[in-house]
Design a protein around this ligand. Structure first.
Ligand SMILES: *[C@@H]1O[C@H](CO)[C@@H](O)[C@H](O)[C@H]1NC(C)=O
Ligand SMILES: *[C@@H]1O[C@H](CO)[C@@H](O)[C@H](O)[C@H]1NC(C)=O
Ligand SMILES: *[C@@H]1O[C@H](CO)[C@@H](O)[C@H](O)[C@H]1NC(C)=O
Length: 503
């Protein structure tokens, strides 16, 4: 295409983008009663991951109350499993939800690259993705081996220690052809394919390595099918592995363009189910959005995925005749009492993404029985969930530590609730941690900035008690889904998009 063609295309794109911005701004004005600084919320949600890092920290580490930890992980098997993320308020590395976290962060980086980069957060987000993806690469030690967990969950949970002086058994768990775990291997494959798309423009070698390891993990997952049991009772698979296989094959298709993965999802579309939850256990909705986009792009034999994701939307949208998920009196989606905000952040990410997909396909919205929801109504409902989390709620507080003027002070997280190793170098053992710090009624000495907690109860009430882990514990996948939601929301920087148009 000649210079002229490029210019015409540029002008056309600018027109479309500006038109889009005007529409988005108009819509938001109509529905939003309160706006927050979504760029600040996004940056903090990403910063949270540095507080969860395991291993040898980088000199660029911004969360200063943390230090190096778990530097011998993997040693009993002579493998290097140093690195990765602690899962939540504990010091265990659970590979299955960690991989889901990497998938979600990568998805946000792919879909909202411009938004995230306009508030200078893309570099940070990529480094959080890489920290997790590197661990998955290390854990895949042979074509048919994946280490899925480091640390014995029971003994870890009995102790209250900073990661820096933790001394509970760092037991290793792995899946092999003899003891398979399709969910864990397929999720790892999904994560690496999604991350390979993120890194393609900036580090093509790394991106190719991620893709080839993703292919290897998918073969392992698919050839040795068996449900994953190891991290039970902490993470038990209830939804089986068919959702992870579809999700992984979909990401592999996006990352590689190889038609064999498209054939895989097409011939296995009978596995797809209409669901009302997107979580570390159940990934159907994620695969369905991505495949609905392919459907609108011309792959008409993928219509089941479009039908199923629209059922998801209808199950969540208040006022829909097929609504299945209740909201609290204050308007928060309420799926279950334990760590409910994980489902809120993941549902809003799905709703934002589907609304974006509908706009891109020039579809007006979703028909739920007799009620029609426009793409902007779906987006507005997702925004209401983010706003609730950030402070528009009956407690008038933010559920993200360090955001706004009132937020949880007793976040259930070991490192955050004990003075930093730098301020208090003497070891704090298992029992002292419990009696002195876990049981303390004082605020945590370290604000775990960006940590979103499990959230309020079904009546919008929140006690801010460290012992109340169902409501006060953060998790990596909860924050990861919030990253996608916050990125979807903050208004595009208009002066920047204008200057792009003038070039
Ligand atoms: C990428 O890989 C190629 C081929 O293996 C190698 O020649 C090149 O030096 C690598 N580039 C970087 C930046 O590592
Ligand atoms: C929250 O703010 C509203 C409006 O200012 C007020 O009526 C309400 O009492 C506040 N609730 C709490 C729990 O502080
Ligand atoms: C928007 O872009 C302008 C010009 O590049 C810059 O000065 C401003 O800080 C940006 N605003 C935000 C919120 O990023």
């Amino acid at each position: 295409m000649g210079q002229f063609g490029v210019t015409i295309l540029g002008v056309f794109l600018c027109f479309v983008l500006s038109f889009h911005n005007v529409l988005a701004i108009e819509t938001e004005k109509l529905i939003s009663s309160q706006d927050f600084d979504y760029g600040d919320a996004l940056g903090k949600a990403i910063l949270f991951f540095e507080g969860q890092r395991s291993g040898r920290l980088l000199t660029s580490q911004r969360v200063k109350w943390r230090g190096d930890s778990s530097l011998s992980d993997g040693k009993p098997d002579n493998v290097n499993l140093v690195g990765g993320y602690y899962d939540a308020g504990d010091n265990v590395k659970f590979g299955w939800p960690m991989a889901f976290t990497v998938s979600l962060l990568s998805w946000a980086a792919i879909e909202y690259q411009i938004e995230i980069s306009s508030v200078n957060q893309l570099g940070y987000l990529r480094s959080e993705i890489r920290w997790g993806a590197d661990f998955i690469l290390q854990a895949h030690t042979s074509p048919t081996t994946l280490y899925t967990q480091v640390g014995d969950g029971n003994s870890d949970h009995q102790c209250w220690e900073r990661p820096e002086d933790m001394d509970t058994p760092r037991t290793l768990y792995k899946i092999t052809p003899d003891s398979p775990g399709t969910e864990a291997a397929a999720e790892a494959a999904a994560a690496l394919s999604a991350a390979s798309i993120v890194f393609k423009p900036i580090d093509s070698n790394y991106s190719s390595r991620l893709l080839s390891q993703s292919e290897s993990l998918f073969e392992f997952a698919d050839n040795y099918r068996g449900s994953y049991k190891d991290s039970c009772p902490f993470y038990c698979s209830f939804s089986g592995y068919q959702d992870e296989l579809l999700w992984a094959a979909t990401w592999l298709y996006k990352a590689s363009g190889d038609n064999k993965y498209l054939t895989y999802v097409t011939s296995n579309q009978g596995w797809s189910q209409a669901v009302s939850e997107f979580s570390w256990d159940n990934k159907f909705a994620g695969a369905q959005i991505l495949l609905a986009k392919e459907f609108y792009g011309g792959q008409k034999d993928l219509s089941k995925f479009k039908t199923d994701i629209e059922s998801f939307v209808c199950a969540l949208m208040p006022g829909s005749s097929s609504v299945q998920i209740k909201t609290t009196p204050g308007g928060l989606l309420y799926i279950r009492d334990s760590s409910n905000l994980q489902y809120v952040t993941s549902s809003s990410m799905v709703l934002f993404l589907y609304s974006k997909t509908l706009n891109a396909a020039h579809m007006s919205g979703v028909q739920c029985g007799s009620v029609h929801f426009s793409a902007s109504q779906i987006r507005a409902f997702a925004k209401s969930q983010v706003d609730y989390i950030l402070g528009n709620n009956p407690m008038n507080m933010s559920y993200m530590a360090g955001f706004g003027s009132k937020y949880p002070l007793q976040v259930h997280q070991r490192g955050a609730s004990i003075p930093s190793i730098k301020a208090h170098p003497a070891k704090v053992g298992c029992n002292d941690g419990h009696s002195i710090y876990y049981s303390s009624s004082k605020p945590n000495p370290n604000t775990h900035v960006g940590a979103i907690v499990g959230g309020p109860d079904s009546n919008d009430q929140f006690k801010d008690l460290r012992s109340d882990y169902s409501h006060s514990e953060p998790t990596t996948y909860m924050n990861a889904a919030f990253v996608g939601s916050a990125a979807a929301l903050f208004a595009p920087n208009e002066s920047e998009s204008e200057s792009e148009c003038l070039q």
